[in-house]
Design a protein around this ligand. Structure first.
Ligand SMILES: [Zn+2]
Length: 278
């Protein structure tokens, strides 16, 4: 197989963020590539819709088992969910770090960069998927809002840099990660660098989305969410469902390469195609 032994390191802010790249991970784990999922935080303060809903009710109507649930038990619930999700996509190496979310700020938890450096030096990934490091706001303005996702990316980008720089006394060779890709969900479709056709993973993605019960997901919501998030990107690429990616920097090639899939999807004789414009 052309893609022999690729190692993927996927670093996200919260357990739910892996859904942005899950279909692609499923494809690669099936190809025999190794995939490690690392959540920077347990998501203990994130997406607790159940708690929000409960706190909106009058005091006497609130379900105390929800209101008094501890952050630890909520985190444990989310960890179990993530394991179930990873299972759907053949990912066995799932790690949840205990940095604090809401907010996760690299400057306040600088050890996160060191931890990432260690991970990079140990796993030595060919490809990193991580959150987008770019910030922007309405009207093209840069926001000052602290965002766990952007901060996670900052930690990873810094770690990538320091992993490539030799340190006195280090016992492993420095390592430069060849390719880093950001999930397309943070970008308009026409800014994506490539799409992965994940149509075969549609049902698994719906099932996985539904496993995030701690976030109040159910089957109906999950199906609609996957349709709405991966459908438009798929349509943009001419397939039912696709995950998009933006690359950190272009690859250097010896010559221009088209993927086998791109060539296979192009009619070899344009006159045979009913839809040919020529
Ligand atoms: Zn998130």
């Amino acid at each position: 197989m052309a893609n022999d032994n690729l190692r993927f390191l996927v670093v996200m802010a919260h357990p739910h963020d892996f859904m942005h790249v899950a279909g692609t991970c499923g494809i690669h784990s099936k190809m025999g590539d190794s995939i490690t999922w690392v959540s920077m935080t347990s998501g203990r303060m994130t997406h607790n819709e159940r708690l929000s809903d409960e706190l909106l009710k009058p005091l006497h109507e609130q379900d105390k088992s929800i209101v008094n649930q501890t952050a630890e038990s909520y985190s444990a619930e989310k960890a179990k969910e993530l394991e179930g999700v990873a299972n759907q996509f053949g990912v066995n190496d799932v790690r949840i770090l205990d940095f604090t979310d809401k907010p996760f700020v690299v400057e306040r938890q600088p050890e996160s960069v060191e931890v990432m450096r260690e991970l990079i030096l140990t796993i030595r990934p060919h490809i990193i998927f991580t959150q987008s490091p770019y910030v922007d706001g309405p009207h093209g303005l840069i926001t000052t809002e602290i965002d766990d996702h952007t901060e996670t990316s900052i930690a990873v980008m810094q770690a990538k840099f320091i992993a490539s720089v030799p340190r006195y006394g280090q016992t492993v060779a420095p390592y430069s990660v060849p390719a880093t890709y950001f999930p397309g969900v943070y970008f308009p479709n026409n800014q994506l660098d490539f799409l992965v056709d994940v149509s075969d993973y549609f049902e698994k993605l719906v099932t996985a989305e539904g496993l995030y019960k701690s976030q109040g997901h159910d089957e109906k919501y999950s199906r609609r969410r996957i349709e709405l998030s991966l459908g438009p990107t798929g349509q943009f690429g001419g397939v039912p469902y696709a995950e998009g990616f933006v690359q950190e920097k272009p690859q250097t090639l010896t010559h221009i390469e088209l993927s086998k899939y791109t060539i296979a999807r192009t009619p070899s004789n344009p006159s045979l195609s009913k839809h040919s414009k020529t």
